[in-house]
Design a protein around this ligand. Structure first.
Ligand code: CP
Ligand code: NVA
Length: 310
């Protein structure tokens, strides 16, 4: 049965039900097929999506802008520096004003609380396009991509190697919601935040799956169906890059490490990748790698999210 998601914001995967997640996947598959066959699907004719960015972006920006255009609407790009937001105007006042012009907002910023406030104070759906805490659109896309390739999610093992960052947090929420076993290996001091681990353990208990927070990348990758990594220094952490490079050496995804995964494992990365750091060419360019299908699917999955919520 269809779940009505109209008006709902997408701030983190934890707020989505199992049914809502699969509804997004079903519509993503259908919109992907329509695009491929040239069948019209202008279900958001005349709608306006505001896109606020206070960090750089290639995939998120282009896939949202192309996505709303293909659905019949218009995307308006705002660099946060061009807005009054958080300079001479509060998040709350901005939310109220933008709600009078737009039908939805996609925002990429630092502070996760700003996205929550924007959604609570405005009257239109807000889509999180990455914060320091979460990247839900990316992980919904990642799960959709795994479903396409493996035909199932439940019972698979997802290994994430590297920084306990926004990607790790959304992966914990996403995998535990759909009943995938998830193992995260990070150096000490760079583990995922406790409350997200706790929420994910509760989801996993309900689904009968596992959540493991480990030090050892080999143990995490053992028999994995998916091996995932992300940059060692995220946007906003550039000053820590040299220090992190030393601390994360053991966490590089290379041919030696992936020998421990299942032979038909999928290599995934949200991109941009820092080749030679968290992953080497022999892995990211291998037959197991699906990073460009993953990038393409951002378009289809976000079109589904917009179509359902706006
Ligand atoms: N994966 C991702 O969100 O890429 P961008 O930073 O290019 O948007
Ligand atoms: N962790 C990375 C993800 C980029 C898509 C960052 O926040 O920069």
């Amino acid at each position: 049965m269809a779940v009505n998601m109209k008006g709902k914001s997408l701030i983190e995967i934890h707020h989505l039900s199992h049914e809502e997640i699969y509804q997004i996947f079903d519509l993503s598959a259908s919109l992907k097929m329509k695009r491929l066959t040239g069948e019209p699907h202008r279900v958001l004719e005349g709608k306006k999506l505001g896109m606020i960015f206070s960090k750089p972006s290639t995939r998120t920006r282009v896939s949202f802008e192309v996505g709303i255009f293909e659905l019949g609407g218009t995307g308006l790009y705002f660099n946060q520096n061009d807005l009054q937001l958080k300079k001479s105007e509060s998040v709350a006042d901005t939310a109220k004003v933008l709600s009078r012009y737009l039908d939805g907002i996609m925002i990429r910023t630092f502070d996760h609380q700003d996205v929550i406030d924007l959604a609570n104070e405005g009257s239109i759906p807000v889509i999180n396009g990455l914060t320091d805490l979460h990247h839900p659109c990316q992980v919904l896309t990642d799960l959709f991509t795994i479903l396409e390739k493996k035909r199932t999610l439940r019972g698979l093992k997802f290994a994430y190697i590297g920084d306990g960052n926004n990607m790790a947090h959304s992966i914990l929420h996403g995998c535990s919601k759909v009943g995938m076993d998830v193992a995260i290996a990070s150096p000490s001091g760079y583990k995922p935040i406790d409350f997200v681990v706790k929420e994910s353990l509760e989801n996993a208990k309900y689904m009968g799956s596992k959540v493991e927070i480990l030090d050892d990348p080999v143990a995490a990758v053992k028999d994995a169906d998916v091996v995932y990594t992300d940059v060692w220094a995220s946007m906003g952490q550039e000053a820590e890059a040299t220090d992190r490079k030393k601390k994360f050496q053991k966490y590089q995804v290379n041919p030696e490490l992936v020998k421990n995964a299942k032979p038909d494992y999928l290599f995934m990365h949200c991109l941009p990748a820092h080749r030679g750091d968290e992953v080497v060419n022999e892995v990211i360019d291998s037959e197991n790698s699906v990073v460009f299908d993953e990038a393409e699917n951002r378009l289809h999955v976000q079109k589904a999210i917009m179509a359902l919520t706006m």
